[in-house]
Design a protein around this ligand. Structure first.
Ligand SMILES: Cc1cc2nc3c(=O)[nH]c(=O)nc-3n(C[C@H](O)[C@H](O)[C@H](O)COP(=O)(O)OP(=O)(O)OC[C@H]3O[C@@H](n4cnc5c(N)ncnc54)[C@H](O)[C@@H]3O)c2cc1C
Length: 274
C-alpha cells in the first residue's frame, strides 16, 4: 500500500494500532489479534467503501460544502510573516494550514523535508471474460521482483463496476520506492508487462485487453521512516501558533487519516488565533 519496504517504514506511523498492541503482546500474531479486537468491524459493514460516481467527487463535495473561496492553479512560493498574520501569494491571512506534500511545505517553512515519497503508476486493463480468482485483488511482496506490486479486480470488488458484456476491469499498481527507473518505460510497455505478469500471477493466460489506461502518480506515496512520529511532533513544536501542517506527509496516508489531520490542523490554528 505504501509502495515501500516494510522493514524500512515506521510501524508507529503506518499501523499505529498494531504498534500499540505490539508494545504489550509478545508475538506478532498476538499483536495482530489484539489490534483487530481493539477495532472490531460492526457486523454487516463491508470491508471496502467508496464514493458513488468516483472518489474525485469527494473533493468537489468538500469544496462546495466549505463555502470557501478556492483559487486553483496558484502555487504558493513564499510564506511571509506580516503584522497580524501571513502573506500567502497575493493574500494576507490570519492563519495558514499547509496541506501540501511534505517537500513543498518544508520549502515554505525553510526546513529540511521530513521524508521522501514513492512514485507509482496504475495500469487498468479491460479484459473480455478473463478467468480470475474469486478475490477482490492481491498484494505482491517486494522479494518477488515483479513490476506489479498489487492488483485489484474491480469487477469483483465493486458491484457498480460489473458489466453485462463480461468485460472485467483489472487494475495493477506498479512501481516501488527506490525502483523509479522501472516507471521510465512507455505506456504500451507497462501495459504489456502488466498483462504478462498478471497472467503468471493468476496462473491463467489472460485474454488480450480490449482497452488499457496508464495513470502515473509521481512522488505520491509518503515513506514514513522509523522515528517519523517523533520527527513530525518536533517539527510541529517549532511552528508559530497560527501555522499548521496537515495531510498524508504527516499523519497517515489514507483519506480518513488526511481528513482527521486537516480537522486537527484547523483546530490548532483556531486555538492559535484565540
Ligand atoms: C495511486 C493512489 C491510490 C490511492 N488509493 C487510496 C485509496 O483507495 N483509499 C485511500 O484512503 N487513500 C488512497 N490513496 C492515498 C490518498 O489518496 C492520499 O494520501 C491523499 O489524497 C493525500 O491527500 P493530501 O491532501 O495530503 O495531499 P494531496 O492530495 O497530494 O494534496 C496536496 C495539494 O497541494 C498542492 N500543492 C503542492 N505544492 C503547492 C504549492 N506550493 N502551493 C499550493 N498548492 C500546492 C498540490 O497540487 C495538491 O493539490 C491513494 C494514493 C495514490 C497515489
Amino acid at each position: 500500500m505504501y509502495a515501500g519496504r516494510a522493514d524500512a517504514l515506521s510501524l508507529a506511523a503506518t499501523m499505529p494500532g498494531l504498534a500499540r498492541a505490539a508494545r504489550v503482546e509478545h508475538t506478532l500474531t498476538g499483536a495482530v489479534c489484539a489490534a483487530l479486537a481493539a477495532a472490531p468491524r460492526p457486523p454487516g459493514v463491508p470491508v471496502f467503501a467508496t464514493v458513488a460516481g468516483g472518489v474525485s467527487r469527494l473533493a468537489a463535495a468538500v469544496a462546495e460544502a466549505s463555502g470557501a473561496r478556492i483559487r486553483l492553479g496558484a502555487p504558493v512560493r513564499e510564506l511571509t510573516p506580516v503584522p497580524g498574520g501571513w502573506r500567502v501569494g497575493p493574500d494576507t491571512v490570519d492563519a495558514v494550514v499547509l496541506a501540501l506534500p511534505a517537500r513543498a511545505a518544508a520549502r515554505l517553512l525553510g526546513v529540511p523535508p521530513p521524508l521522501d515519497y514513492a512514485s507509482v503508476a496504475l495500469v487498468t486493463l479491460a479484459l473480455p471474460a478473463p478467468e480470475l480468482p474469486a478475490l477482490s485483488g492481491f498484494l505482491v511482496p517486494a522479494q518477488e521482483g515483479t513490476l506489479v506490486k498489487a492488483a485489484t479486480f474491480f469487477s469483483t470488488k465493486w458491484a457498480h463496476l460489473r458489466r453485462d458484456d463480461g468485460v472485467a476491469l483489472v487494475r495493477a499498481s506498479v512501481g516501488r520506492y527506490g525502483e523509479e527507473h522501472r516507471l521510465h518505460a512507455g505506456d504500451p510497455e507497462l501495459v504489456r508487462g502488466v498483462h504478462s505478469e498478471l497472467s503468471t500471477l493468476v496462473s491463467s493466460r489472460l485474454p488480450e485487453p480490449v482497452d488499457a489506461r496508464v495513470q502515473r502518480w509521481g512522488g505520491a506515496l509518503p515513506q514514513y521512516p522509523v522515528g517519523h512520529v517523533e520527527r513530525v511532533a518536533a517539527l510541529r513544536a517549532t511552528l508559530p501558533p497560527t501555522v499548521a501542517l496537515a495531510g498524508a506527509g504527516y499523519d497517515g496516508v489514507g483519506i480518513p487519516a488526511c481528513v482527521r489531520s486537516g480537522e486537527a490542523a484547523a483546530d490548532d490554528v483556531l486555538k492559535g488565533l484565540s
